[in-house]
Design a protein around this ligand. Structure first.
Ligand code: AMP
Ligand code: MG
Length: 397
């Protein structure tokens, strides 16, 4: 048996680091920036008005009320602004360029809104309501740092400094395959002995949530020839083949039978659920084979797949938040395996340590219980049964 940590390392190495690629801003959300972005323009690019009002010289409005002729009108977007003559005002809108010679904006609320001449009722000091060139970003400096997980604000800034594309770590393309002759896809009716397929739906959603591209083969029967025939032609475009089912110790273990001796190694990981696992390369393509029980799939995803995929796509924050919490119930657990139980974590206001109780039993088929959980309770391999009141590790989902 190999430890969860060692296996996580193995899978992380298998996935390596995705190549850098250039994508349009619209496709970059959630991806990791691979290179620093230098600002080719300052933000703001020119001195401009922060208010709708009148551009003036502060010295001309030192004593109020005062009436000034309105010499010009400057809407946002005007590119041929005339200098401000002393003793005059120019009507100006928010975001419009400041006319040379003006050093203050009087907001429209402090005037009679005149268009030929304007009566100003409040004095303005130099610099009032002016947004200065480069106040937000200085031209030539780093606007976004490599390693940034691109959210909408980052994409906005990239757009604002004039970029249409960004260099990112390429999202991995994952081919998800569920195996099992018993699997049926809705809306087909279930016959006794069959179940509806759910793993590929969960995996596809979880992978997309990390930024991966996903291709799904909803179900392959437990037949080695079929398995190879259906999957091999679709491998070429994948960065990872991710299967579920068919890797345990029984008969009809299609994934194990098809890929043993083909570059994929099958072994037992010291974890529960999700013990039987396999990984390696098939025709050069990285392969990770998960067991079939839905909760094993979800726990495997948390225990090693999610961090390995995030790391491959350039993320540095790859771990879920881990906290300590007091158990509200006894929890029997086997020695020698790390057990991941579905739990519900709460932290009362003012309490340093939260509490956690199980949601559902240890059975790896209890999918509904997983949906009611907000964390995984991690019971380490080296300790046996945990008692109510014990402090345990909790991974917040
Ligand atoms: P296996 O690992 O193939 O032995 O499957 C273990 C258990 O998980 C069996 O009860 C399967 O019916 C179930 N199972 C396998 N694949 C899926 C799937 N894609 N969706 C839902 N249940 C599955
Ligand atoms: Mg199966």
């Amino acid at each position: 048996m190999i430890s969860v940590d060692a296996y996580r390392e193995t899978v992380t190495e298998l996935l390596g680091r995705a190549p850098v690629t250039t994508v349009p801003l619209a496709d970059a959300a959630g991806l990791v920036l691979a290179r620093d972005v230098l600002a080719d323009v300052a933000l703001p690019p020119f001195d401009n008005s922060a208010m709708d009002g009148y551009a003036v010289r502060a010295e001309d409005v030192a004593e109020v009320p005062v009436v000034l002729p309105v010499a010009d009108d400057i809407p946002a977007g005007r590119v041929d602004v005339e200098p401000l003559k002393p003793g005059t005002a120019q009507r100006i809108m928010t975001g419009a360029p400041l006319p040379p010679g003006a050093n203050a904006i009087v907001m429209v609320e402090d005037t009679d809104r005149g268009t030929t001449e304007v009566r100003i009722s409040r004095a303005a000091s130099s610099g009032n309501h002016i947004r200065r060139t480069g106040e937000d970003v200085t031209k030539g400096t780093i606007a976004l740092r490599a390693g940034t997980v691109l959210g909408h604000s980052h994409l906005g800034l990239a757009a604002a400094v004039g970029l249409a594309e960004l260099e990112v770590y390429r999202p991995l393309s994952v081919l998800v395959v569920s195996t099992g002759t018993e699997l049926v896809e809705a809306p087909n009716p279930l016959r006794h002995g069959q179940i509806y397929e759910s793993n590929s739906v969960m995996l596809a959603a979880a992978l997309r949530g990390l930024g991966c591209r996903v291709d799904v083969i909803r179900s392959v029967v437990d037949d080695v020839e079929e398995f190879r025939k259906i999957i091999e032609p679709r491998l070429a475009n994948a960065d990872l083949l991710l299967t579920s089912g068919g890797v345990s110790a029984g008969a009809y273990e299609v994934v194990k039978d098809a890929l043993t001796g083909q570059g994929v190694e099958f072994r037992k990981i010291a974890m529960q659920p999700g013990g039987p696992q396999g990984c390696g390369r098939w025709n050069g393509v990285p392969v990770v084979t998960l067991p079939g029980n839905p909760v094993s799939v979800l726990v495997s995803f948390e225990a090693f797949l999610r961090p390995a995929l995030l790391s491959a796509m350039g993320h540095t924050a790859i771990d879920r938040r881990r906290v300590r919490a007091r158990l509200t119930e006894d929890m029997p657990t086997p020695l020698g395996r790390r057990q991941y139980r579905r739990g519900f974590y709460t932290q009362a206001e003012g309490e340093v340590t939260g509490e956690v109780g199980p949601r559902g039993g240890p059975g790896s088929h209890l999918l509904a219980a997983f949906t009611q959980a907000n964390c995984l309770i991690v019971l380490p391999e080296e300790t046996g049964d945990a008692q109510r009141g014990d402090e345990v590790d909790v991974l917040l989902l």
